[in-house]
Design a protein around this ligand. Sequence first.
Ligand code: SAM
Ligand code: SF4
Length: 354
Amino acid sequence: MNRAEIQAWLREEAPARLEDLWRRAEAARRRHVGDEVHLRGLIEISNFCVRECLYCGLRASNCALARYRMTAGEILAAARQAVAFGYGTVVLQSGEDYGIETAWMSGIVRRLKALAPLAVTLSLGERPEADLAAWREAGADRYLLRFETSNRALYDRIHPPLAGRPSDRAAILRRLRELGYEIGGGIMIGIPGQTYDDLADDVEMFRTLDLDMIGVGPFLPHPATPLGCADAGCAPPGEQAPNTELMTYKVVALAQLVCPGANIPSTTALATLNRAEGRELGLQRGANVVMPNLTPLEYRAKYEIYPAKACLYETPGDCDACLKRRIAALGRGVGVGPGASRRAGAAPRVFTRG
Ligand code: SAM
Ligand code: SF4
């Protein structure tokens, strides 16, 4: 798919024409990753963050947010639930929290790998290379780091760097691949100031980075952040990319077409826009992964990256049962095992006990 086609699909509004995009994305999804839907158990291990991203409720200066960091015992207990539910992957996500010490995290990864043949995915922000290398050495398999937008000026505006450390998420993703991780990138859709052309660049960036996992979701304004305010600004008339459900489906479908074999989640942000069937529609337009939430209920509401998140108070058991029921209703099966990347050129991997 060339750039002109990507641009045309992003502007397409006719339901009948879009059916063609969904059909093509689904054919690619079926051919490259099959009908199975993989469940990745999400554990939101800390909401401390040193950063000041203009879009995110976890930003350091949000004093209204009560902070937490899960203990090793709590993380292990959540991972045991993942194993009991039959998940092949756990995803440990947090703010950029240097209270998560390198050696402590390495120990957690080792204990998770000793628990079962689980894939361990980390999403802990822009940690120094020595940390990323240590965690890979400990057995971590995958790393998620969305580049958010490929428009450098927009990125710099919404994602201030730490003092003396320029932020280049694409470079970090490339380094993560060299370290042997499967790499996941992605974007927010409809950031104030993000244009249709920016989105086309983003889709091309998925292809250039040759991602193993692609996470895309609508930008959802948080009132306690600068981008959540009414005067957050936007691109010139007719150019601003909308933060809608439909635009998210288009980018999911295009991601599947430009990165065949990548694992693509139907995200909670999408389910937040359409609680009744957002997840299902994502899975019917190119996605093949969902991420049931295993975070203990006492912490859930505190991981407030945006407000009114879907499924906020569902217990892990309810979340598991609900997602499995929805997958079955689509006539799809639940994936068994870690569900490794099937991107052409991905090294065959063995997810053993550590
Ligand atoms: N701190 C890590 C990082 O930034 O990569 C991982 C956690 S961060 C909360 C995970 C993702 O949440 C970000 O990459 C961003 O795309 C998404 N996010 C943050 N604020 C958001 C918002 N207001 N609306 C939609 N997605 C948001
Ligand atoms: Fe921190 Fe990630 Fe939120 Fe930025 S997006 S403030 S790094 S948690």
